[in-house]
Design a protein around this ligand. Structure first.
Ligand code: ATP
Ligand code: MG
Length: 295
């Protein structure tokens, strides 16, 4: 059978130094003819993911950390739900990071997420993450004051220092067997407007709407600059960013699924080899089971 096409490849950024957001089209669908076509491809990806996750869990060596960042209504929740629909919930942990609590603000900025890094054999998902520090906190500089960092440490280099700290942290995790893949769901401003309007118009979607979402939208340009610089500084070969076209939900889900499959395939996972002693044990158990009731 021919190897399945990897739809995630064109959106992977391993080296941020030349990254420009304008080179990535939020409306891209890479020539896929229809939603139906993408859904078929996605099902294949989900099935493959499920097989690979089983091996990841059995082998119990590597951990996978998937980070999702995006503007509101870009489809983070839906992407997570669909892509992970085939995986065993026991091997998967999802954490959402909202405005930090008082306790969280009393610690360094990596503290709250560090506690949630997945164990070996598991897939961990961060719905928002420590990257909020160089996104919302950068756009709303007053949030930095809430963090109670000693003022002498908050200089004009703060953002470069944050990038450097994030890179060191991710390299540290990688060296400890945590494979990181980061997803920026790249939504256009026009599509966000459409989705906000449907949240206002359709009663079952009303709950998803928050007035603050519109306020953040007014700072779209500042956010895009923050995203661009974030990717420029933190896209690395061991922790790449995927700039996922997000205007077509069915396409973004496919890209995310393929990226995860590709990360797992790179690990060359296999079920643990059964030792001679273990084989003997299995044989004895089988004999005991087969003779059950004959005594
Ligand atoms: P939904 O899709 O349901 O809107 P959400 O992830 O947007 O989910 P919200 O409760 O709407 O969840 O928003 C969480 C908010 O918390 C976001 O605006 C985000 O920017 C903010 N936030 C996350 N981390 C931090 C942080 N470290 N400092 C300040 N604000 C943060
Ligand atoms: Mg929100």
């Amino acid at each position: 059978m021919a190897a399945a096409r990897d739809f995630s490849k064109p959106y992977r950024v391993d080296d941020g130094s030349k990254f420009r957001l304008k080179d990535f089209d939020p409306g891209d669908g890479s020539g896929l003819k229809s939603k139906k076509h993408a859904e078929k491809e996605l099902l294949g990806g989900i099935e493959r993911l499920s097989e690979l996750q089983d091996k990841l869990y059995a082998q119990d060596r590597w951990a996978i950390l998937l980070i999702f960042q995006a503007m509101d209504a870009a489809g983070k929740d839906g992407a997570i739900k669909h892509v992970m629909s085939g995986v065993n919930p026991q091997g998967c942990q999802v954490y959402s990071f909202k405005q930090p609590s008082a306790e969280e603000l009393n610690h360094d900025f990596l503290w709250r997420t560090s506690k949630c890094v997945p164990e070996r054999g598991r897939i961990g998902i961060f719905n928002r993450s420590y990257y909020e520090e160089v996104l919302v906190v950068r756009v709303h500089k007053e949030l930095l004051d809430n963090e109670r960092t000693p003022p002498s440490l908050v200089t004009k280099n703060i953002w470069n220092e944050r990038f450097a700290d994030i890179n060191s942290y991710e390299r540290y995790l990688w060296r400890n067997g945590v494979v990181i893949r980061k997803f920026f769901l790249n939504l256009s401003k026009e599509e966000q407007k459409k989705r906000f309007l449907s949240r206002l118009e359709e009663p079952v979607k009303n709950w998803k709407f928050s007035a603050s979402d519109v306020a953040e939208r007014e700072r779209w340009h500042e956010y895009m600059t923050a995203y661009e610089e974030m990717i420029q500084h933190t896209a690395t070969a061991h922790a790449p960013w995927y700039v996922v076209p997000a205007d077509k939900k069915w396409y973004s889900r496919l890209v995310v699924a393929d990226a995860i499959v590709s990360a797992l395939e790179d690990l060359n996972l296999h079920y643990p080899v059964v030792s001679a002693a273990k084989r003997k044990e299995l044989k004895a158990a089988r004999v005991a089971l087969e003779h059950e009731g004959y005594h």
